[in-house]
Design a protein around this ligand. Structure first.
Ligand SMILES: [Zn+2]
Length: 415
């Protein structure tokens, strides 16, 4: 069915929007519904582009609050990796469904995911109505022989993700340079190039990772990845906290994307944030992500964009660093073609939000600044993806059942 939105506010003007076959067909002050359209009367609501979550581990809703306040490596080794050993594929389906619900409720239309059982995550994305790049994870614990024995399984998983449906893009997600061998990283880069799909990896999260890389390979992490053929326009690098200027220039030259995730950096106390001023000077393509909820602990991109802007101002001791409109453009995935952000324009995907203009947080002041500094995801009234209404009047169908399902599974996994 086609969708018509009437009386929505855009740049201070009441407009109508019609979508046909998942694309914006008409947008403007004189647009009216056509016969047979599903109609949303948006009086008092602001039309807004959606958020793009550039890095997460969606199914980790199963591990929310599990092992909080621990050092990163101890947390992974003594909590997360042990609990993950008990994961069933259907746990990933339900955990991802809950994550999708959370993202729908906080205005995200698309996300980049790295987690086990990608086929199940892809099925959850299709059933939720969102869009996602779902990666097949690889961790060979720096053992090339083990990596080689995993290759067939990686390709099978990739095919399953690719077959999931139209809103899911297959992707490859080696965990990090300290958990995946050079041989496997180079192989994954080849597969991604052959299939023209994205590569996702954690990079330069801690100073220890940088020190170890220099010790093992004689170069810094970005240069190491580049040598393996890993950096290109479809590469999405999460973290980037300790990238130096030379690495930023290299990443910019390769047109790779760096995704900041400030909440998780601060919660895990890594001691820094993405060097945004230097990255912007170098022309690096940027995005914003929440990371998984066990290191955030939510998937609210409105909260994340506030932390992004504030942490950058704080770190640079300059309140003019990363102004609200730029922070918002990054959070909407508009500062990297790889992230697939959408604008409100005819011919673009019918992915958009209706925000509650009457909420106290949006009652006065510049809209972009309010969205970054004042709002949370709770200002989102309606979320539409591919012309389909996923939440209306803050009601997303099936929410209670999803919470109950994940609560029961989380209890089993973390027992
Ligand atoms: Zn992550």
């Amino acid at each position: 069915m086609n969708l018509a939105v009437t009386r929505a506010l855009l740049n201070g003007q009441a407009v109508g929007l019609r979508s046909e076959d998942g694309l914006i067909a008409e947008l403007g002050p004189s647009v009216e519904p056509s016969a047979g359209d599903e109609v949303i009367d948006a009086e008092g609501l602001l039309l807004s582009p959606p958020m793009v979550n550039g890095h997460t581990h969606a199914a980790m809703t199963l591990f929310r609050g599990f092992g909080d306040e621990m050092p990163l490596m101890e947390w992974l080794r003594t909590k997360i990796w042990l609990a993950e050993a008990k994961l069933h594929p259907d746990d990933v389906y339900w955990g991802t469904r809950l994550a999708c619900l959370e993202m729908i409720r906080s205005g995200t239309s698309r996300f980049f995911d790295m987690y086990w059982h990608g086929g199940e995550a892809a099925r959850a994305v299709i059933d939720s109505g969102l869009r996602a790049a779902i990666s097949t994870v690889m961790i060979d614990q720096l053992d090339p022989a083990r990596g080689e024995s995993m290759r067939e399984g990686v390709l099978e998983s990739l095919d399953r993700i690719a077959d999931a449906g139209p809103r899911v893009a297959p992707s490859l997600g080696p965990h990090a340079i300290y958990t995946v061998s050079s041989e496997s990283l180079a192989w994954l880069a080849e597969v991604a190039a052959e299939r023209e799909i994205s590569l996702q990896i954690h990079l330069s999260e801690t100073e220890e990772e940088v020190r170890d890389c220099i010790e093992a390979h004689g170069k810094r992490p970005a240069a190491y990845l580049d040598e393996l053929g890993f950096l290109g326009p479809r590469t999405v690098l999460a973290h980037g906290v300790w990238l130096d200027e030379g690495e930023l220039e290299l990443i910019a030259a390769r047109e790779a994307t760096v995704v900041a995730r400030p909440a998780a950096n601060m919660k895990l106390a890594v001691g820094g944030v993405l060097p945004y001023p230097a990255a912007a000077r170098a022309g690096v393509r940027l995005g914003l992500g929440t990371d998984g909820v066990s290191s955030n602990s939510n998937l609210d991109s409105f909260e994340e964009v506030k932390l992004f802007a504030l942490s950058q101002k704080h770190a640079s001791r300059d309140s003019s660093t990363l102004p609200a409109d730029e922070a918002l453009a990054i959070a909407r995935g508009l500062r990297s073609p790889a992230l697939g952000g959408t604008l409100l324009q005819v011919g673009e995907a019918a992915d958009f939000l209706l925000l509650r203009a009457s909420d106290p947080e949006l009652s006065a002041g510049d809209l972009d600044a309010d969205l970054v500094y004042a709002a949370a995801g709770s200002v989102v009234d309606t979320t539409v993806v591919a012309g389909r209404v996923l939440m209306r009047d803050r009601v997303a169908p099936g929410a209670d059942e999803l919470v109950a399902e994940v609560r029961a599974r989380a209890a089993r996994l973390t027992a």
